[in-house]
Ligand binder design. Structure first.
Ligand SMILES: [Zn+2]
Ligand SMILES: [Zn+2]
Length: 83
């Protein structure tokens, strides 16, 4: 059992549990993940975007960021011998 962070009602800690009193998705809100940084490995809330301990990015890159990174890489390779 865990407590609903919004209203304090005790609810099941199973994944996908919704607080019967206020309707908050409790387990999703309390989900913890481990920092991917090798020397850090802090357990942090899944809601956070950056690790509060080491400051690394916790969430995966957005698709647009990946595409941009891939483009930059291609540009670098493509223009390499022109300079
Ligand atoms: Zn609640
Ligand atoms: Zn970290």
């Amino acid at each position: 059992m865990l407590k609903c962070p919004r209203c304090g009602k005790e609810v099941s800690s199973r994944p996908g549990t919704i607080c019967p009193r206020c309707g908050l998705k409790v387990s999703e809100n309390n989900m913890k993940i481990r920092c991917p940084e090798q020397n850090c490995r802090a357990v942090v809330s899944k809601k956070l975007e950056y690790c509060p301990k080491c400051g690394c990015k916790l969430r995966g890159y957005k698709l647009s960021e990946l595409v941009r990174m891939a483009r930059n890489k291609i540009d670098e390779t493509f223009y390499e011998d022109k300079e």
